[in-house]
Design a protein around this ligand. Structure first.
Ligand SMILES: C[S@@+](CC[C@H](N)C(=O)[O-])C[C@H]1O[C@@H](n2cnc3c(N)ncnc32)[C@H](O)[C@@H]1O
Length: 265
C-alpha cells in the first residue's frame, strides 16, 4: 500500500502549499489570507530571538518538498532537509538543482491545472541539501546544528518521543529547536499510547502539552509559544484551515534532572 506522503496527490498538494502563489491557492476575495506562506512564517516567527546567522547549520526535519529549508538558507550558511518520503525528497532535490518544478494541482473532479513551483530566485540554493531519512532513526554522522525546525512533524510519527530524544545530541549548547504542530493525533500515524496529548487549557493560557514539555525540558528551556495558522488547499473550493502551536526551545548548557520552570532562560 502506498503511504499518503508517497502519493501523487500529496506531492501536488504540498507543492502548492509550499510554493503556490496567492492567486493559485486562494483566488477568492474573502478567506484566511494570513494563513498563506506557512513554511516561510515558520522560519520567520522566532527569527529575532534565534538570531539566524551565516555561520548557522540548520536542520529541517520532515522537510517535505523543502520550502522551509530554502527559507532558512536566506540567513543560514548550511541547511539540511530530511524527510522519509522518497517522492518529496526527489522533488526537493530537483528544486535545489533546477530551481523550479512543473506540476499539476487539483481543481474540480477530474480537472487539474498546470503550475510551476519555483524557489524564490534571491535564495542561494547552493546552501541547501536534502536527504532521505527517518526522523526517529537519524544517521549518527549528521553532526550538530545551531537550529532545528520540526514543522508539523511530531503528530505524523509513530514514536514522536524517539525523534525528540535525539535532539539533545543534534543541537549545539544554546542552540534552538522550533516545533510547530496542530497536534492532530491520529492512530493512522501514531499509536494512541504514543500521543503527546493533553486536554487543551480552557483558561486561555498558551502552555504546550505536558507530555511534550516532559520530553523536552531536561535538555531544553521553553522560550516562546505562539499560534500559526496555515491553509492547505484540497481543491478549488475545499481547504483545511488549521492553527499550529509553535514552541521555541533553547538547548541548556547542562541538562537538568527534574521538571523546572518553563519560563524563558
Ligand atoms: C504534515 S507534513 C509537514 C511537512 C512540512 N514540514 C510542512 O510543514 O509543510 C509531515 C512531513 O513529515 C514527513 N515524515 C513523516 N514521517 C517521517 C519520518 N519518520 N521521518 C522523516 N519524515 C517523516 C512526511 O513525509 C511529510 O513530509
Amino acid at each position: 500500500m502506498i503511504t499518503f506522503y508517497e502519493s501523487d496527490h500529496a506531492l501536488s498538494e504540498y507543492l502548492l502549499f509550499h510554493y503556490g502563489q496567492r492567486k493559485e491557492v486562494l483566488p477568492f476575495k474573502d478567506g484566511p489570507a494570513t494563513a498563506l506562506d506557512y513554511p516561510a512564517r515558520c522560519v520567520r516567527c522566532f527569527a529575532e530571538r534565534i538570531g539566524y546567522r551565516e555561520g548557522f547549520r540548520a536542520l529541517d526535519l520532515g522537510c517535505s518538498v523543502g520550502r522551509a529549508s530554502f527559507e532558512l538558507a536566506r540567513q543560514c550558511g548550511e541547511v539540511l532537509g530530511v524527510d522519509n518520503s522518497e517522492r518529496f525528497i526527489e522533488c526537493a532535490q530537483r528544486l535545489q538543482s533546477e530551481g523550479a518544478v512543473a506540476y499539476r494541482y487539483a481543481e474540480q473532479g477530474s480537472y487539474t491545472r498546470e503550475a510551476v513551483a519555483e524557489v524564490p530566485p534571491d535564495i542561494d540554493r547552493g546552501r541547501v541539501r536534502f536527504e532521505l531519512g527517518d526522523a526517529m532513526f537519524l544517521r549518527p554522522e549528521l553532526g550538530t546544528f545551531d537550529v532545528a525546525l520540526l514543522a508539523n512533524l511530531i503528530d505524523r510519527l509513530p514514536e514522536p518521543s524517539r525523534c525528540l530524544s535525539r535532539l539533545p545530541n543534534l543541537i549545539k549548547p544554546e542552540g534552538y529547536v522550533v516545533i510547530t504542530s496542530p497536534y492532530t493525533w491520529l492512530e493512522t500515524y501514531t499509536p494512541r499510547e504514543n500521543w503527546l496529548d493533553e486536554a487543551p487549557p480552557t483558561d486561555g493560557s498558551f502552555l504546550p502539552p505536558a507530555p511534550l514539555c516532559r520530553l523536552m525540558e531536561p535538555h531544553f528551556g521553553l522560550q516562546q509559544v505562539t499560534d500559526l495558522p496555515f491553509l492547505i488547499r484540497e481543491h478549488a473550493r475545499k481547504y483545511q484551515w488549521s492553527v499550529a502551536q509553535v514552541t521555541l526551545w533553547k538547548r541548556r548548557s547542562d541538562p537538568i534532572n527534574t521538571t523546572e520552570s518553563m519560563a524563558a532562560d
